[in-house]
Design a binder for this molecule. Structure first.
Ligand code: HEM
Length: 568
């Protein structure tokens, strides 16, 4: 903190920004913290922008959302519409919420643009979250010490879904009303408490006149406040742990190699923000979305083919569409148990989210790994995790496609029943196949890495020796590339204590250990060990062709020309 108070001091700032900063520092001592923060080193990689895209689209959502809140009226009272909207809407009986959405679109200056930017920002926000999550998953960024941040992230994903769903329902149009109708059915399918919960949520029999005002509060206050708070925790934890880095020369679990926050990262992030904002504004200005006047106000009777939710809800829609109805509704002691709704809309999503919440802890347990990890994994080096991730995504995509089964049928002139059956089978077979194929590809890539490290890159140069033998010249890897391809741990399955102790007494907990060991075998039975220095030396002593390769002086393993290296 500066304590100079006289303007005559030679070190006193002269620029307006400097003077303002000095003014603030003398009153708050914030200078030290800013200096410390500005020097923080962030590793550089394009995929680290995905979280930023989620963050910036959330900012756009807040800005446009505040605008919309000024004009939207969340009332379910009915009125006859006579406004500036299309002819088809004139004189129709509709809720005030729907009418105010029409007013926002046709009477409020810039209203339609704001609505469209808001909706596109929501779609991009969810897409950025999902892709960001995939990056974190496939690179193992969720490992110790970042497990809690993974949990916070998964809650953010669920809150993102809640924000999207509650916002989508507000205009009270045919599509959103039917979405709420489905939600009512899903709530009612919960055994014992379902019908009470439905009454509680809707304030009486569906649809009642409470749900839109309630969703409005959820959408503009509750969910955004929770998301904001959790983003704060998320970024705080990210700064606390420091960002992970991709493997490469000179990068270890003990250092951070990258660029300082100020000025490099601030400039990059600022640029990224304006790009995200600009693209969303362009999308909102040129690509129409959710033109509710084409669907009309909510009425349970006219829902038609082609009706779909936003993309992030498609997996739920698909799950419901795939579930067979026959024999799935049981009446027990006069109570109806609708398994045809309960399984696809409650059980399956719960399982998907449980998988996400539990994964980091299960993987740590089967790996027996208690170390901190700051260098990311290359997905190929953890074949089962990568396979599980791809299997999970395959299930998600199949469900999302199943949510469009009617569109697929009409566009490709196919039978909707056949499509539905194909998806039913694919839902069980697809993820398993995707897992097996991905795992094999990863193992294959690891073997290729071994091959490259031991024998170098093929050059296409054929040399003939005096004795008539032909060989192809291989170019040895430089230090950087070799580091990348050998520097990983091929975990082995867990070893556990025997079932009985030295005196033949049965050991408590053996069965549990055995189960974990079985899971651990599933993860690490098939593995490809990285090349050891001894193997490398042996390969070089035999591989004359490597020696023939153009004499290249391998560079030192450095951290990169302009980047900064700091201790963690
Ligand atoms: C509102 C949603 C989210 C926002 C705004 C957000 C934002 C960010 C940002 C800006 C970063 C640093 C840059 C980067 O690594 O991409 C980050 C890192 C991280 N995020 Fe998120 N995120 C969100 C959701 C999620 C989700 C759904 C998960 C996973 C379940 C997750 C897990 C993580 C983890 C583990 C890190 C640390 C990564 C590392 O150090 O390599 N985040 N997040």
């Amino acid at each position: 903190m500066s304590t100079d108070t006289t303007a005559s001091n030679s070190g006193a700032p002269t620029t307006p920004a400097g003077k303002a900063a000095d003014y603030l520092d003398q009153r708050t001592s914030v200078g030290g913290a800013v200096k410390e923060f500005a020097r923080k080193v962030f590793p550089d990689h394009w995929s680290f922008m995905l979280g930023e895209i989620a963050l910036f689209s959330f900012v756009v959502l807040l800005l446009t959302g505040v605008f919309l809140t000024m004009f939207f009226d969340p009332s379910m009272a009915l009125e006859e519409y006579h406004g500036a909207g299309p002819e088809t809407m004139q004189g129709q009986l509709m809720s005030v919420a729907f009418a105010s959405t029409l007013d926002l679109s046709f009477e409020v200056r810039g209203g339609l643009l704001m609505r469209q930017i808001h909706h596109w920002a929501a779609l991009i926000f969810m897409a950025a979250i999902v892709v960001h999550m995939m990056r974190v998953f496939f690179t193992g960024a969720f490992r110790k010490p970042r497990e809690i941040n993974w949990l916070v992230g998964t809650v953010l994903l669920i809150l993102g879904l809640a924000a999207g769903f509650s916002g989508y329902s507000l205009p009270d149009d045919v599509l959103s009303g039917n979405g709420l109708r489905i939600t009512d059915g899903v709530i009612k399918s919960i055994p014992v408490i379902g019908s009470y919960m439905s009454y509680f949520v809707f304030g009486g029999e569906f649809p009642g006149d409470q749900i839109i005002p309630r969703l409005f509060t959820v959408h503009i206050l509750l969910v955004p406040a929770l998301i904001l708070a959790l983003i704060g925790v998320h970024l705080f934890l990210m700064v606390l742990h420091k960002h992970t880095q991709y493997p490469g020369g000179g990068r270890t679990d003990k250092n951070v190699v990258g660029y300082p926050l100020f000025p490099v990262y601030i400039a990059k992030m600022g640029g990224n923000f304006f790009i995200v904002f600009g693209i969303l504004a362009l999308m909102g200005a040129t690509m129409s979305i959710n033109n509710v006047w084409n669907y009309g106000p909510y009425d349970p009777s006219p829902v038609g083919a082609g009706a779909q939710p936003d993309w992030y809800m498609l997996f739920l829609e698909g799950s419901l569409r795939l579930m067979p109805g026959a024999g799935m509704e049981w009446v027990i002691f006069g109570y109806t148990l609708s398994l045809n709704v309960l399984i696809p809309a409650v059980v399956i999503p719960t399982l998907l989210f449980l998988f996400l919440f539990a994964y980091p802890f299960v993987e740590a347990k089967v790996t027996g790994d208690k170390r901190e990890h700051h260098v990311l994994d290359r997905p190929r080096n953890v074949p089962v995790r990568t396979g599980l991730g791809v299997g999970f995504l395959t299930a998600f995509i199949i469900l999302a496609l199943a949510g469009s089964n009617d569109l697929i049928a009409t566009h490709f002139g196919m039978s909707i029943n056949q499509i539905t059956w194909a998806f039913r089978i694919l839902f069980f077979v697809g993820p398993v196949l995707a897992f097996l194929i991905t795992k094999r590809i990863c193992l294959g890539l690891q073997r290729k890495d071994r091959e490259l490290v031991l024998h170098g890159h093929e050059t296409g140069r054929i040399v003939r020796f005096a004795n008539g033998e032909y060989i192809e010249v291989h170019r040895p890897l430089d230090e950087q590339e070799r580091w990348l391809r050998v520097n990983y741990t091929a975990h082995k399955p867990l070893e556990i204590e025997p079932a009985t102790d030295a005196r033949g007494v049965k050991r408590k907990g053996y069965q549990k250990d055995k189960r974990w060991q079985r899971l651990s075998r599933f993860f690490y039975e098939d593995r490809v060990e990285p090349v050891t220095p001894a193997e490398l030396a042996a390969a070089h002593s035999h591989g004359e062709h490597d020696e023939i390769a153009a004499e290249r002086k391998s560079p030192e393993v450095t951290t990169g020309a302009e980047s900064v290296e700091r201790e963690r």
